[in-house]
Design a protein around this ligand. Structure first.
Ligand SMILES: Cc1ncc(C[n+]2csc(CCOP(=O)(O)OP(=O)(O)O)c2C)c(N)n1
Ligand code: SF4
Ligand SMILES: [Mg+2]
Length: 335
């Protein structure tokens, strides 16, 4: 099977013609490179995101994993579920480590010390390890024109250390650092960063960026292949529900991921050479309250708080040219 990459001969301009898309779920490769035996929670969608990414990328791949659930729950002494090379990085420096790996391969190929194909170099970082404590290294990797893919798997919290708030935690969500109380009844009062927009806006070398969801596996795998086929730095932001942190039954992850897209809490789109393409556009948007009702982390929200969240989602959709009608009025902040 041809892999999703062009090797050391990648052209200088954006080139996506040579990657091999997976046409249907029946055509998904069967050789796994993220195998069973890890200790992630039952129903962990970030683990499924890893599995799908590894399936799409294939054997000529090197993964870097900043500290987070996808390092800690995946590894024990001398043991990990990857059937391809993998390296642990500090939570802060995933971007720096993959930059070094990319530069090393480039130098070895130039000096004739390595005659294999340039590999897929992927950092698989949590939302904390990308949008917050790892942001500086992510930005450096995206800026310097290395040939690599940075993936943020987004479980919307610093999950591994006990579900603490991150910049990707949605407005109104309970975390152990944002319990709802008398002073802040809505739990997390801030709205999340727009990480993809940040990477897209400030890094001229990045020619391909995409959001994805574990609930849309074919879309996710083909975006991984496309990203790996592009020469230069690429970025993906994958929505990955976390049953433990979001408080839902383990079997509901795929349904909740889909509901996120159907309500506009998550949007599936890609930016290719500056052009935005929305991949999934429901005929009618479902109300955000349907999504909120599925997770214990939102159980304290009042109608007014849900309305505030709906208004945020409406504005986000409008920004992508996906109008939700009629726009929801923003309720005033209490106090
Ligand atoms: C410099 C530093 N600060 C804090 C930690 C503690 N720590 C380890 S994993 C983690 C959570 C990581 O969150 P995220 O990147 O979102 O990944 P997740 O655990 O959610 O998969 C934290 C805070 C650390 N390892 N290093
Ligand atoms: S806490 Fe969440 S992200 Fe971490 S292993 Fe459990 S389900 Fe997966
Ligand atoms: Mg996280």
């Amino acid at each position: 099977m041809a892999q999703a990459r062009l090797g050391a001969q990648k052209p200088d301009k954006i080139e996506i013609a040579d990657y091999e898309p997976i046409r249907s779920m029946r055509n998904v490769p069967t050789t796994e490179y993220y195998v069973p035996g890890h200790r992630t929670c039952g129903g962990c969608m970030p683990a499924l995101a890893y599995r799908l990414t590894a399936l799409a990328a294939g054997p000529n791949t090197v993964f870097a994993g900043p500290t987070g659930c996808m390092y800690v729950a995946n590894t024990s002494y001398l043991c990990g579920p990857w059937a391809v090379p993998w390296i642990h990085t500090q939570i802060t420096n995933g971007g720096a480590v993959i930059s070094g790996i990319a530069a090393a391969y480039k130098a070895m190929i130039r000096k004739g010390k390595y005659d294999g194909e340039y590999p897929n170099i992927i950092c698989f970082a949590g939302d904390g390890g990308s949008s917050d404590i790892g942001l500086q290294a992510l930005s450096g990797a995206m800026y310097r024109n290395h040939d690599l893919l940075f993936i943020t798997y987004d479980n919307e919290a610093y999950a591994n250390t006990g579900i603490q708030v991150s910049p990707m935690t949605p407005y109104g969500a309970y975390t152990t650092f944002t319990p709802p109380g008398k002073v802040v009844p809505d739990a997390k009062p801030l709205f999340p960063k727009d990480l993809l927009k940040m990477v897209a806006a400030g890094h001229p070398a990045v020619k391909y960026l995409a959001t994805a969801s574990v609930s849309y596996p074919l879309d996710l795998m083909n975006k991984v292949r496309k990203a790996l086929a592009v020469k230069g730095p690429t970025f993906m932001h994958i929505h990955a529900p976390c049953p433990k942190g979001w408080s839902f039954e383990a079997h509901r992850g795929p349904e909740i991921g889909k509901l996120a897209v159907e309500t506009g809490m998550w949007t599936l789109y890609e930016i290719e050479d500056g052009h935005v393409k929305v991949n999934v556009r429901p005929r009618k948007w479902r109300p955000v309250k349907d999504y909120v009702a599925t997770q214990g982390r939102f159980s304290h929200l009042t109608d007014e708080m849900i309305q505030r969240l709906q208004a945020f989602v409406d504005a986000k959709l409008a920004d992508l040219g996906l109008e939700a009608e009629p726009p929801t009025p923003v309720p005033p902040v209490a106090g």
